[in-house]
Design a protein around this ligand. Structure first.
Ligand SMILES: C[S@@+](CC[C@H](N)C(=O)[O-])C[C@H]1O[C@@H](n2cnc3c(N)ncnc32)[C@H](O)[C@@H]1O
Length: 395
């Protein structure tokens, strides 16, 4: 549960070693088949986006350089992933990639390359209908949402928490909860906020029905969101476990859904306790953005207003992944707003750019606090990755 807190940032803790690199490990090669919906959603950008996600995410989690390239086999595009890391760890991280559908390992049989199926790791605690059932205009695509979570986690020093359920995730403009549902599937205990009552009520109603339909062990409560005696909005808190056995084993997750302005969150949540902030920012196209007295209708103005608050909430070694519409929030201007608020942007202009429709030209800002222990290194890595041409090889 969240309390109003005014404590200073908690210290950056020593973490269990995550670097899995070992001298002399043989190179592992995996071929990943991407879900066909990835092609439909991102059209031409789907392969480059998957490559960049794979290199960043596998490289960060495994602690070794991993290269990704598109390889066509029997007329079907695969993503070839190469790195000197233990096979199990590589499979586990690859299984979290947003478009992962199937994995194969190439096997040499008397000079002929055959593909051996490799089971994807079971990284999701709940079935996919949690992410896909709710449909509405303005919903963020689920695969793209998974990509945002992966990019933010990769830049956070507590990225291992994505795999063990301990990563603290906040979507401060969560709409009807696509990020929260993905986070729940991954076993996390997310926090979401949205100022819109219809969105809040719709996600609360959906989740309540979903928990009942799936016979999860759960409790939930809707209450007023008050701080210092002032009502800011409302909140919905749920606690859930897959079943009794999971509950006994302590595999209990929580969800907090707040109905309030994203600029008020520092008054509700603890400072420096969030590992990753992941959000699809208002596009400034259909709904505009809500703010006090609806003053900030421009996405850039909204960003400037909320960023100082998000900086307070984010751990020093945490990271953010924000989706922007370049038509209403040009990349360089968004980067400048981030810099003004004390963030370093660690994704390059156009690195994750893709067209959604006529009015939405989407890109991703991955950003860390300027005092993040690896801010400079992440920035350099991103510049190097953006300068590298995406490799594509023939059969
Ligand atoms: C692009 S939508 C997010 C969609 C969401 N990812 C989903 O799949 O449902 C942006 C959201 O930001 C919310 N929003 C805009 N301004 C806000 C503010 N100042 N505080 C909190 N939420 C805000 C809107 O209500 C909208 O739901």
């Amino acid at each position: 549960m969240m309390n109003v807190e005014s404590a200073q940032d908690p210290p950056v803790q020593d973490l269990p070693a995550q670097d899995l690199s070992e001298q002399g490990l043989p190179e592992q090669r995996l071929l990943m088949l991407r879900a066909p919906s990835a092609n439909r959603v991102y059209a031409a950008a789907s392969a480059p986006l998957a490559l960049r996600e794979a290199e960043r995410v596998l490289g960060a989690h495994l602690g070794v350089p991993v290269t990704a390239r598109v390889r066509e086999i029997a007329g079907v595009e695969h993503l070839e992933l190469c790195g000197r890391a233990p096979r199990d760890a590589m499979v586990r991280v690859a299984s979290t990639l947003s478009s992962a559908m199937a994995l194969f390992a190439p096997v040499d049989l008397a000079g002929r390359e055959l593909l051996e199926p490799v089971a994807l790791a079971d990284v999701c605690r709940h079935p996919s209908d949690l992410e896909t059932t709710l449909r509405y205009p303005g919903k963020t695509n689920e695969q793209f949402t998974a990509l945002l979570i992966n990019l933010a986690s990769a830049a956070s020093e507590r990225r291992a928490g994505l795999l063990d359920g301990s990563l603290a995730l906040l979507d401060p403009m969560c709409g009807r909860g696509t990020t929260l549902s993905r986070a729940l599937r991954l076993g996390l205990s997310p926090v979401g906020a949205d100022v819109d009552k219809a969105d809040h009520d719709a996600y609360r109603a959906f989740l309540t029905t979903w928990m009942r339909t799936h016979r999860l062990k759960h409790t939930s409560a809707s209450t007023r969101l008050t701080v210092d005696g002032r009502v800011l909005g409302s909140r919905f808190d749920a606690e859930l476990a897959r079943d009794k056995a999971a509950q006994r084993a302590g595999e209990v997750q929580t969800l907090s859904l707040l109905r309030c302005d994203a600029g008020e969150l520092a008054r509700v949540l603890g400072r420096g306790r969030t590992d990753v902030i992941v959000t699809d920012l208002p596009y400034g196209v259909q709904h505009g953005s809500h703010g006090p007295d609806s003053l900030d209708r421009s996405p850039l103005a909204a960003l400037s207003r909320v960023l100082p608050v998000w900086r307070e909430l984010l751990r020093r070694d945490g990271a953010m992944a924000l989706a922007i519409n370049r038509r209403t929030a040009p990349f360089d201007q968004a980067v400048a707003r981030l810099a003004d608020a004390g963030f370093t942007t660690v994704s390059a202009d156009g690195e994750f750019r893709h067209r959604v429709d006529q009015s939405i030209d989407r890109d991703v800002l991955v950003a860390v606090r300027t005092d993040h222990p690896r801010a400079a290194e992440l920035r350099e890595e991103s510049e190097r990755a953006a300068a590298r041409p995406s490799e594509r090889i023939a059969p």
